[in-house]
Design a protein around this ligand. Sequence first.
Ligand code: LRH
Ligand code: MN
Length: 426
Amino acid sequence: MNIEQNQIEKHNDSLSTSHQRKIDFLKADWSHVDLESIIQKLVDFQIAIPSWALGTGGTRFGRFAITGGEPRTIEEKIEDVGLLHALNGASGAISLHIPWDIPQNAESLKNLASSYGLKFDAMNSNTFQDQAGSAHSYKFGSLQNVNKAIRKQAIEHNIEVIKHGVALGSDALTVWLADGSCFPGQLNFRQAFENTLESLQEIYAALPEDWKIFVEYKAFEPNFYSTTVGDWGQSLLYASKLGKKAYTLVDLGHHLPNANIEQIVALLLMEGKLGGFHFNDSKYGDDDLTAGSIKPYQLFLIFNELVEGMDAKGMNHAKDLGWMIDASHNVKDPLEDLLQSVEAIMIAYAQALLVDRNALKAAQDNNDVAKAQEILQNTFRSDLRPLVAEARLRAGAALAPIGLYRDLAVRSNLVNHRGNTVATGL
Ligand code: LRH
Ligand code: MN
């Protein structure tokens, strides 16, 4: 299903009076700030959509495929991300997961993606599930495995994923390892680390010159005693030992409760080893909920450190880090959930861009703690949704993406077209 430009313009016309009133009020309120440059930064900021999160997700207790009309092929997944991008102008890339999405004809997929204004973001390997017909099982791990033949199988899979990525024009590989142990005594931690590092070094050696490798850490699940890339420190250790093309990847749901993720982000940026993000939200574990749905203040504080840290290094906000969503949708329409995640991320970025950096530095230098909080919460408590909507308008997208998604009955259109289909992925 395609959303035509005239459908978006008709929608925006119907909302233009109230939008203009709100944006004029905001401009008056922030007349001391160059809002034009901030709106341009919002227009340039693109968030990659995971190919494995375009259908209904589930847990070990069940999956309620209530939606129907889910994408059955990579082509239909690209079509759905194209839909999101048409609606919000900020979802200009898709991140594939192999083997859930093995590209049969890379050239035609590239053409299809660019027809929707999309590019292929980081590729994701999968050595956390056994594939039918594969010689060895990853039950006791992949790159860490005590059995060299099993490590070799996992290394070869990652190299295969790089090849698919090169054919699609991607320039990064994300490696998330489920490897670890469930009981004390099961694993020699040092041996597991060394096996994993040695294996990652073989994968690193296969990276094209302009590629990056993102080492994604996670505290627990599916292993529940130790994880071999268990936290930012371990991921940084691997990335530092691997070389300049290796970075850490921060999935917001992969931390122990109450971890100070914004401090982790500040330090990884300082070290030049922050590669990118998997945005989502969580209350307990790796819940993969809608970004900004549980802890919106934390999301703002993370972007506050990102803007401060990237500007300190003269980095390009839109290009120098990997911006991806990693969520699963157990009770919401997947496309509505992703639209909400992108909106929450764009609002947090806009809030961080409007923090008065000089005043904050002055308050910090004077240990004026209350003043520092006032400065941060001043933007966090400001309704910047019109600014994000204005960026969408300038990008030719919809002022109210979910509103238009529902007005056009996109889901029932997809169900009529595809039937009660269920997508591959998590
Ligand atoms: C692991 C993870 C990883 C993906 C998977 C789908 O929890 O975050 O990024 O490979 O989810
Ligand atoms: Mn992830």
